[in-house]
Design a protein around this ligand. Structure first.
Ligand code: PEP
Length: 252
């Protein structure tokens, strides 16, 4: 079993309220003990309404909290209903998911995402930047060109790349219980690592997570793909049991 640091990131999406602290607390307690067994980092990206509350309630913090999106504008401004990265940082968020396909489908372009990444990094948030192809792009053999374009358009001008983690999330896999074939996934993660080195002119490959229908039953199968640096977990992360089972099964 690997001794490389692995990330387990929960994306709660639009779920949860103050009573959900029990879920966070269970995961936090699990993490305190489990960190001694395996090198891993747990991050829960929860709704904005809960970050400050969870952060205050956690007594000893063994996990990090994150947000799921922000407005591209860096300062205060006339954007009704929006929050910027600075406001999220002040709630106690350490991470932020950007470029999620659910936000792309609501109008986030590569350029808007680039601005969000820039603003988040300036405000000292670590960015989990999602890229991924649609089913149609996959069928038409456009997976690699889609990923290349997404990385190029949103990352090329970013200077502090230490703050970026990529998440490969094929759109056809999110919320569907369909996961890529192991050989294909390995190839794609390798492609992202190599291509990002070329685009960003860096020597050390960037970390790449996989996201899309990860659950306790399939978690173990991913442990054979050593190129994967961790997971972005949607639905299953809303349950402490499922989230913990994923981590334990991964290391079995
Ligand atoms: C996600 O929304 O980032 C995700 C991976 O969702 P799910 O795990 O539910 O497919």
């Amino acid at each position: 079993m690997t001794n490389k640091l692995k990330y387990f990131v929960g994306n709660w999406k639009m779920f949860g309220d103050f009573t959900s602290f029990k879920t966070v607390n269970k995961i936090n307690q699990f993490s305190r003990k489990y960190k001694k067994l395996h090198k891993n980092k747990i991050i829960l990206c929860v709704p904005n309404t809960l970050i400050f509350f969870f952060n205050k309630k956690l007594q000893s913090k063994n996990i990090s909290l994150g947000a799921q999106n922000c407005h591209y504008y860096q300062n205060y401004g006339p954007f009704t209903g929006s929050v910027n990265s600075q406001m999220l940082k002040k709630t106690g968020a350490e991470y932020i998911i950007l470029g999620h396909s659910e936000n792309r489908s609501e109008g986030d372009t590569d350029k808007i995402i680039e601005k969000k990444i820039n603003s988040s990094i300036k405000n000292k948030l670590n960015v989990i930047f999602c890229i991924g192809e649609s089913y149609k792009q996959k069928k038409n053999g456009k997976t690699f060109s889609t990923l290349r374009k997404q990385m190029k358009n949103s990352l090329k001008k970013i200077s502090n790349l230490n703050k970026i983690i990529l998440a490969y999330e094929p759109i056809w896999s999110i919320g569907t219980n369909n996961i890529p074939k192991a050989s294909q996934l390995k190839k794609t993660i390798k492609f992202i690592k190599n291509e990002s080195k070329k685009i960003l002119k860096i020597k050390k490959p960037i970390k790449v997570l996989y996201g899309g229908s990860v659950d306790p039953n399939n978690a173990r199968s991913f442990s054979f793909i050593k190129e994967i640096d961790g997971f972005l977990i949607g639905r299953a992360s809303q349950s402490a049991k499922k989230f913990i089972d994923i981590i334990e099964n991964y290391y079995k």
